[in-house]
Design a protein around this ligand. Structure first.
Ligand SMILES: [Zn+2]
Length: 301
């Protein structure tokens, strides 16, 4: 073989390895499943007396698709729609908002998402009417609506941004908190699980970001939901124990991949033992559509 032939072969091999490692590698490692048992979740959901929620509705603030393997390592180059969602958990006329979408300006940095200005306006309108506002994590497509400066004074007293979410503005960047607001903000501090309303529980889950958390909801009807945030952006993440690609998870997000795998294993085990729990992935627009069709979520605030 000529010398330049050898160089080309070596370069191709290197490219192949990089391609595999960045986009397809999904070795889950030996991380133990994270602690997540249904008895503790139910005990927390029943810790506060009062009426439990009756309806959960959803707004899709942006929608589009990247190649599947970007968010679900090793799943190929199909394109299943992804969405930026905001959820409203209602008990009569009281509501809790989970995640708040992102503005058109923030969306411009993610051109694969088409922004829905009307849906975003409905989310912004719902924020000052909510009793509580929480976010699954501090990325701008989840905390964006909350930090929208024009209604911060109205919205801020209703928010329960956690200590870890407040402490990591570099994770929220390039979106910034309204000027001076972060320094004086009184964050929510808790460990493990925290009931925030009858039937509604926050679960601390640092992994995708330092401030990641999840929400467990038990409706008045008894139906239960686990909002997994970006630990399981897509339905296949938890069903197949597949993390994000390393390109997105390691290089762009800088997430704790081992911790993500620990939660993904826990989701699968929880669902195997309790198949009636509705597992809600944060960005899977097709799964959210199916849940709307099935009457598990209501479309629109
Ligand atoms: Zn995220």
């Amino acid at each position: 073989m000529k010398r330049w032939h050898k160089i080309i072969v070596a370069l191709l091999a290197l490219l192949g390895c990089a391609f595999y490692w960045l986009l397809y590698d999904n070795r889950p490692g030996d991380t133990a499943p994270a602690p997540l048992d249904i008895a503790s979740l139910r005990a927390a959901a029943n810790a506060m007396p009062g009426n439990k929620p009756d309806t959960i509705s959803v707004e899709t603030v942006a929608r589009g698709a990247l190649a599947d393997t970007m968010l679900v390592a090793g799943s190929g180059f199909g394109r299943r729609d992804q969405g930026v969602h905001s959820f409203r958990i209602a008990t009569g006329d009281q509501s809790i908002i989970l995640d708040s979408g992102l503005s058109a300006e923030s969306n411009a940095a993610m051109p694969f998402y088409k922004h829905d200005g009307d849906a975003y306006a409905r989310v912004l309108a719902a924020l000052p009417r909510a009793r509580l506002i929480v976010v699954t994590h501090e990325h701008l497509d989840h905390i964006g609506g909350v930090l929208a400066a024009q209604n911060w004074a109205n919205v801020s007293p209703r928010t329960r941004i956690t200590r870890e979410q407040v402490d990591h503005p570099e994770v929220t960047a390039p979106l910034e908190w309204p000027k001076g607001s972060r320094e004086t903000y009184q964050p929510l501090s808790y460990q493990g699980m925290l009931p925030i309303a009858p039937g509604v529980v926050l679960i601390k889950a640092p992994s995708h970001t330092p401030g990641s958390q999840m929400m467990f909801v038990q409706l008045a009807t008894g139906r239960e939901y686990l909002f997994m945030g970006d630990i399981s952006s897509m339905d296949r993440n938890w069903r197949e124990t597949r993390a994000r690609s390393r390109l997105v998870g390691d290089l762009f997000v800088g997430e704790n991949r081992a911790a993500v795998f620990g939660w993904l294993k826990a989701f699968k085990a929880l669902h195997e033992a309790n198949p009636q729990v509705v597992m809600v992935p944060s960005h899977d627009a097709v799964t959210v559509d199916e849940m709307v069709q099935a009457g598990l979520l209501k479309r629109g605030f």
